[in-house]
Design a protein around this ligand. Structure first.
Ligand SMILES: C[S@@+](CC[C@H](N)C(=O)[O-])C[C@H]1O[C@@H](n2cnc3c(N)ncnc32)[C@H](O)[C@@H]1O
Length: 176
């Protein structure tokens, strides 16, 4: 009985943490779909250089993981602020690898963008507005591949439609 109470309490704690983070960050840890990931991987191959890749807001870690498996020669890093998804992605990574994948608990809107790097993201309109400002303020040079949401006031080099239910788009931006 005590075990059941502890289990229910833990479930409430976990659900509460996810809900609170969703409210605070104005976005749920909703994973990108298989088609988005496949297309983003193809665009990364064609436009994303050869260096490290960072998933800004990596959620449960599935997108970063799929990239790490598809690009074993590149370091892939996920950045996530929401506690439960972050710990889950880290736990899976510690147990199952791959070795070129890592996760950090960081606020992507506060972390400086590293010029010459490639970033992927699946965020929101609000996040993309702030990211656009950040790119200008920090004079970022490099590549950004964004699932669904476009940057503001910047023309994408590629805008690719996916054959999913929402006809989602993926945008590629290169800054130099
Ligand atoms: C829609 S999910 C995308 C997850 C993953 N990238 C994918 O494609 O499957 C967006 C994630 O961004 C995270 N996020 C939002 N704002 C953030 C911030 N300022 N810093 C770090 N993570 C953030 C959210 O917690 C959420 O897990």
């Amino acid at each position: 009985m005590i075990l059941l109470v502890i289990l229910v309490f833990l479930l409430f704690l976990i659900a509460g943490s996810v809900i609170l983070a969703t409210l605070r960050l104005s976005i749920p840890p909703m994973p990108s779909n298989r088609m988005m990931r496949a297309q983003a991987g193809a665009l990364l191959r064609d436009y994303g250089g050869t260096g490290p890749v960072t998933d800004l807001g990596s959620g449960w870690g599935g997108f970063a993981r799929s990239l790490a498996l598809a690009f074993p020669d590149r370091q892939v890093r996920g950045m996530e602020l929401s506690l439960v998804p972050f710990f889950c992605s880290r736990a899976v990574c510690a147990l199952a690898g791959p070795g070129n994948l890592s996760f950090a608990r960081k606020n992507v809107l506060k972390e400086p963008l590293v010029s010459g790097s490639t970033y992927v993201c699946y965020l929101s309109t609000m996040h993309m507005t702030r990211l656009s400002r950040k790119i200008t303020d920090e004079g970022f040079t490099g590549t950004i591949i964004s699932l669904v949401f476009a940057l503001h006031g910047v023309q994408p080099e590629v805008s690719s439609e996916i054959d999913d239910f929402y006809r989602s788009r993926i945008y590629v931006y290169r800054f130099d």
